[in-house]
Design a protein around this ligand. Structure first.
Ligand SMILES: [Zn+2]
Length: 372
């Protein structure tokens, strides 16, 4: 291991060092004897292992044991300030160039134990199933193909229509009348030829249809609105298969998204069954809303892009672990008129028929995955 300081600036004020890192975190370290500043200077070079660091410190300041040095490095790592300059980079030069901005982003979350490249590797090895390639789906597909998700299964039953173009930027005018998933898969191949993409044209008629699509899946992105039971079917299939899913939706003035992390977060059935769960009906029952309101999706183009981006970012949290998912077991709403955000958290229900006894999803805290 060769510990290396990330992009960090510091300024001394008396006995204290004021540090600013690229994560914009500001830290104050006490350094009356100058040993911390000497260590930071050595770490900035990133060329020394522990023994060489201890020797260089002894030369410049005062002798320190490797145990003392390890403790200091652990504290700096805890603050998110270090990477291992000797960590192997499991990416080709093409991948390092193509995903340079991803690597810069992940560097903020990297540590001595986890390199920026390993986050990208998590994406390249991931398989995401997209239910729906419409307003939300086409935006999320573009975001995750750009991010470098290695395998994509695209599921939809529709053909491209003229009315899609106001918010589904993935399609072209000469696609009208053609099968959406085929055109979406061709877009992905043209944009990122390394993605292994599969197009499945089908109508989902129950949870088993979803389960059939989940072989080797790491995550599901769902943007399907019909039929009414679709979210419960997706929930049932994903929870029983221990595959997390992210769902987004839009109204004329509100966007919303949620995710379910099986065995870890509450699921949609928990919310239906737990005391105090489910959205208040405000005098109008769900049944009345279903039958009494037309089902036109009123989301406009930029709103569809916004929801697709929020869902795409939540997907990246699951796939890489750069941060924990922020919508697991809760609905996040954003009012587009005021910009106000609202979160409605679901309670996990111990007797939930869907998730009470399922194993935790395969996602690990390190963001690395194993199938089986
Ligand atoms: Zn549940």
């Amino acid at each position: 291991m060769r510990p290396m300081l990330k992009n960090v600036l510091w300024q001394r004020h008396g006995e204290d060092l004021y540090l600013v890192a690229d994560s914009e975190a500001q830290v104050v370290l006490s350094d009356p004897a100058g040993g911390v500043e000497a260590l930071l200077c050595l770490l900035r070079e990133g060329t020394r292992d522990l023994g060489q660091l201890a020797a260089a410190l002894a030369d410049r300041v005062a002798p320190c044991t490797e145990a003392e040095l390890s403790e200091a490095l652990g504290a700096l790592d805890e603050l998110g300030l270090l990477i291992d300059a000797a960590a192997p980079v499991d990416l080709s030069s093409y991948q390092s160039a193509r995903y340079a901005s991803n690597l810069a982003f992940f560097a903020t979350f990297a540590s001595l134990a986890r390199s920026a490249a390993s986050f990208q590797r998590g994406l390249l090895d991931a398989h995401v199933v997209f239910l729906g390639t419409g307003g939300l789906g086409s935006s999320a597909i573009q975001a995750l193909a750009g991010a470098g998700v290695g395998r994509m299964t695209l599921v939809d039953n529709d053909v491209v229509e003229l009315r899609n173009f106001a918010r589904q930027y993935l399609y072209r005018e000469d696609d009208v009348g053609r099968v959406k998933v085929d055109r979406a898969a061709e877009w992905v191949r043209a944009y990122n030829s390394a993605v292994d993409v599969r197009a499945v044209r089908c109508w989902i008629g129950g949870p088993d249809d979803v389960t059939d699509l989940l072989t080797d899946a790491d995550l599901v992105v769902s943007g399907v609105d019909h039929p009414d039971e679709i979210d419960l079917w997706v929930n049932q299939a994903c929870v029983s298969s221990a595959v997390p899913y992210v769902r987004g939706g839009m109204l004329a003035r509100r966007v919303t998204y949620w995710s379910v992390d099986p065995g870890r977060s509450a699921c949609l059935e928990c919310d239906r069954h737990a005391p105090g769960g489910h959205a208040p009906e405000l005098g109008v029952t769900e049944e009345q809303m279903r039958t009494g309101l037309d089902r036109v999706n009123r989301g406009i183009g930029p709103v569809a892009s916004l929801v697709g981006a929020m869902v795409g970012l939540e997907a990246l949290r699951y796939l890489t672990g750069f941060a924990p998912p922020i919508a697991a077991g809760c609905e996040r709403f954003c009012d587009l008129a005021s910009g106000a955000e609202e979160v409605r958290t679901w309670q996990r229900w111990p007797d939930c028929p869907a998730c009470a006894t399922v194993p935790a999803s395969r996602r690990t805290l390190a963001g690395t995955r194993s199938h089986g």
